[in-house]
Design a binder for this molecule. Structure first.
Ligand SMILES: [Zn+2]
Length: 204
């Protein structure tokens, strides 16, 4: 997942415009009946607090606008995020433009964070199967649209390449299939149960 995050150029669009990020370090409980999304934790490198993966979620409206990282509501620090390769290149090239405002932007962003984490819903609820199907379809289609827009429109515009009817028509089915595969994989992964016995699978 981390490698995908680094090399997929389409994700740079998400990262730069929406502040959709992934933490550098995620800890996962290996054993247990719980699905993956309930077994993952995001550690804060400043205070050591283990944040539930549910804290940074669509449900809590905390998954977007995390340009500077994930806010730790325990110590007020910022948990570092994994940058996408294209994001890094774009940020480096445009540094002379935004570098001047970096500190004030970061300060303003940080001031707004405590408010966002006041009314968190960390309750674990079993999501019915029907909803999962709807969810993976939705995330698959969203991923397809994002990839289509960035790969067939945004990047050709940046590279000053022609956008033809042909490239659009070829792009639609390709990204639709990729998107649906992506949605299915992520949904399967998020629901994956942990290893059956904890005794034999303890890290050595
Ligand atoms: Zn912290």
């Amino acid at each position: 997942m981390i490698i995908h995050w680094i090399i997929n150029p389409g994700l740079a669009v998400n990262e730069l415009f929406l502040g959709l990020n992934t933490p550098k370090v995620t800890l996962v409980e290996r054993a247990g009946e719980k699905p993956f999304y309930q077994r993952s934790f995001i550690p804060c490198p400043h205070c050591g607090e283990m944040h539930s993966g549910l804290k940074y979620s669509g449900r809590n409206k905390t998954i977007l606008w995390n340009w500077f990282g994930f806010y730790c509501d325990n110590c007020g620090g910022i948990i570092p995020v994994q940058r996408n390769l294209i994001t890094l290149i774009i940020l480096t090239i445009t540094f002379p433009v935004w570098g001047w405002f970096r500190k004030s932007l970061k300060r303003k962003w940080l001031e707004k964070q405590p408010e966002r984490y006041k009314n968190l819903n960390l309750e674990v609820v079993e999501i019915p199967k029907k909803k999962w199907t709807k969810n993976w379809l939705k995330s698959g289609l969203f991923f397809a649209l994002l990839m289509f827009v960035s790969m067939q429109i945004v990047f050709p515009l940046i590279e000053r390449k022609e956008i033809t009817q042909r490239s659009i028509l070829i792009g639609i089915p390709i990204w639709l299939i990729c998107g649906l595969c992506y949605g299915l994989t992520v949904s399967w992964w998020m629901n994956k149960r942990g290893l059956a016995t904890s005794k034999n699978n303890m890290p050595t």
